[in-house]
Design a protein around this ligand. Sequence first.
Ligand SMILES: [Mn+2]
Length: 334
Amino acid sequence: MKITATGKLKVLYKIFSENDSVLIMINADPDSMASALAVKRLLWRRVSSATISSINVVDRPDNIAMIRLLKIKMVPIDDISGSHFNRFVILDSQPNHNDLFSRFAYDVVIDHHPETGYKARFSDVRPEYGATSSILTEYLKAAGIKPSSRLATGLFHAIKTDTANFQRKAVIEDMRAFQFLFRHANLHLARKIEQSEIRFNQLKYYKKALAGRIMNRGKIFTHLGGVENPDICVNVADFFMRIESVHWSIVSGIYDETLVIIFRNDGIRKNAGKVSSESFGDIGSAGGHKNAARAEIPVPAFRKEIKPYNAQNVLKWIIKKINGRSPSIKAKKS
Ligand SMILES: [Mn+2]
């Protein structure tokens, strides 16, 4: 027999009493943070305290924006003493997903990843769901709670993120939760969080990307030189795809003595994974999907081929490798 949301909520509430100090453990990302806010709301006035703790340091600028704009309070796991808590909840993860989680024994597990068989007093794992936030939205509805605009915005953003705007795995329940949250969320705030992808100090790379770009029949190539984090190559490559006339965007940078090349295209009769592996598979790791791919090549593997070795010539070398990647040329080489 299928247990109703109200039934599940009742069982969940039985785990807690008013003197409890609850620790909510997460691997911080939009879905887990929003889920944690929802559990805090569900337990409000039902327990003595509820603390959110994360095992990771949040680094993505959009996630930092979410924390700041939704005023999410989290304590790093290293500052947590387990003896201060008597109830442990884990959300959007299961205890065996990470060694750090196994410091505690969990009373409650709510997640949407594949079931790992952890035995908690209360476990609600629904692998078919696109987001844990959809599950928690059902609990809020069952509890008759009208979510605050901050909570609704968090859950709304979480479902959008985990389902990639419903372009990834999702079920009708995710849609229903989304529809409900849409009425309560602050859409401007959600948009600001979603758009906060760029760090101020990354703007210099955009300047470099534009100045050094080579564009040829819808293909844009640019090389950023040394980068502090290879994610910037992804951001710049995605950014160029927003230009109407760009069909291919290929952006590279050097990080940790490795040349990282990011490939993006518009998805029309193109295969980024194939281009990447045919061009660079022989000297590095390369591959991906039809519209998104990546290659990573150790600098010593190609440095000698480039004379003089500078950013402009690295870019020229990349273009030559990509343009010259016909099977016949490859055959001659090997
Ligand atoms: Mn999730």
